[in-house]
Design a protein around this ligand. Structure first.
Ligand SMILES: *Cc1c(COP(=O)(O)O)cnc(C)c1O
Length: 411
């Protein structure tokens, strides 16, 4: 092992890490455990715990009067997400529902506005909920769903013609970690007169994003991955200002109504981003998102991305030196988000053995991927070293052979 791969080198990287102090901001109940899953569910921070406790207390004291303050939380926190992580000026982002429902609302509005165009384009390897929602819309509205095999401007351009109403893709591939060229693909889609919807669930809070500058039409994303908003945290959606009065929400809820408390006979949607709200917003969950995103805003997304890049580059080096000789493959991608895929034929059993015997928590993704998420604010370079050292040791002694190949309820 060269000195570059010694644990001391990782410790040295931590000493020079400008974001190092944020690691202590998170709750760590089992210090011996290595958490490589901040891209599936970000850790709880001490600040967010205190904020949620305060929000619960506020419920107890303010009761229904609390709505005077809570009513603007979905748009205020949307603006914070827009400013801190999306490169979106205010009034275009709102926190509501889950990503799946937001996808349904925005994709449904886009295809309705795109008539008589009748085709939706997506990636055959897109995240499951995205594929299912789009397939469901295509089924209900008798549209064609066209699948592409690569997410790059050439492949997208090849799939475009004047029947295409909407192209819906993910910014970061949830398996390989590959980053799509959002600006290039968006421009190609616009040239054919269609709209584009980006799912940023695996990039918001980890990558630098410029939705306004990239001229994106629509975007959605969740808040519990790199945004650390907690299990089932309310998601967000972005609608570019130029579409505000053009696209109509398919769910006509009272929180979308222009003059909500007039309780009028007809639905007249708000002219701004509020028209994408549906019913009563989950205030406790939005409070958690607000505090968690405030931490990201303070740390700065540019610094977060720089650390994420350094962490994944370092992890790929360790994988090449230690794990590839043991039968792993770490597929190269041109540019990578904040996670990497370690491909191994027994990845599922390895993921079980790692949790049970080595205290390394990483995701398994079908069919053969051990996914290593390196959430920048909560991960140290020595965590990467320790985690990979444990993966190496466990693989060397074939510890996974004793585990069952039958998948658990949650993988
Ligand atoms: C995590 C993730 C989702 C999650 O959708 P939910 O409605 O929050 O369950 C959707 N799309 C992508 C690309 C994701 O990574």
């Amino acid at each position: 092992m060269g000195t570059g791969l010694a644990r001391a080198a990782a410790a040295e990287l931590d000493v020079h890490d400008p974001l190092a102090r944020w690691v202590d901001g998170f709750v760590v109940e089992r210090p011996a455990e290595i958490y490589f899953d901040g891209n599936s569910l970000g850790r709880l921070s001490h600040r967010t715990r205190a904020r949620v406790e305060a929000a619960v207390a506020g419920w107890g004291t303010d009761l229904v009067q609390g709505w005077r303050e809570w009513i603007d939380l979905p748009t205020d926190v949307g603006d914070r997400i827009g400013r801190a992580v999306l490169g979106a000026s205010s009034g275009q982002t709102v926190v509501c529902d889950c990503t799946t429902v937001n996808l349904f609302k925005l994709a449904g509005a886009a295809v309705a506005a795109g008539r008589p165009r009748s085709t939706i384009v997506t990636d055959g390897a897109n995240f499951p909920t995205d594929r299912y929602v789009l397939a469901g819309l295509a089924d209900t509205h008798r549209l064609d769903l066209r699948l592409i095999e690569r997410v790059d401007p050439e492949a997208v351009t090849d799939a475009l013609d004047d029947s295409v109403a909407l192209v819906a893709l993910s910014h970061v591939d949830y398996r390989s970690g590959a980053i799509a060229d959002v600006a290039g693909i968006t421009a190609a889609v616009h040239r054919c007169g269609a709209l584009v919807l980006w799912d940023l669930s695996h990039s918001a809070g980890a990558l630098e994003i410029e939705l306004d500058a990239w001229d994106v039409d629509l975007a959605v994303g969740c808040s519990y991955k790199y945004l650390n908003g907690g299990p089932g945290a309310p998601a967000w959606l972005y609608v570019n200002r130029r579409h505000h009065e053009v696209l109509a929400p398919p769910i006509w809820g009272w929180f979308a109504q222009a003059d909500q408390f007039a309780m009028g006979p007809e639905f007249r949607p708000d002219t701004g981003i509020r028209r994408w709200l549906t019913g009563t917003p989950p205030i406790l969950g939005i409070a958690a998102v607000d505090e968690s995103v405030a931490m990201i805003e303070e740390a700065g997304i540019r610094a977060i991305r720089a650390k994420g890049s350094a962490l994944t580059t370092y992890a790929a080096e360790l994988a090449a030196a230690w794990l590839e000789p043991l039968g792993f493959d770490c597929p190269a991608v041109a540019t990578r988000g904040s996670h990497l895929a370690l491909v191994h034929p027994d990845a599922y059993r390895l993921s079980c053995a790692l949790i049970a015997e080595a205290g390394v928590v990483a995701d398994f993704r079908e069919p053969d991927i051990l996914r290593i998420g390196l959430s920048p604010l909560m991960t140290r370079f020595v965590d990467v070293w320790d985690g990979f050292d444990r993966i190496r040791a466990l693989t060397e002694r074939c510890a996974w052979e004793r585990y069952d190949v039958t998948r658990g309820r949650v993988t």
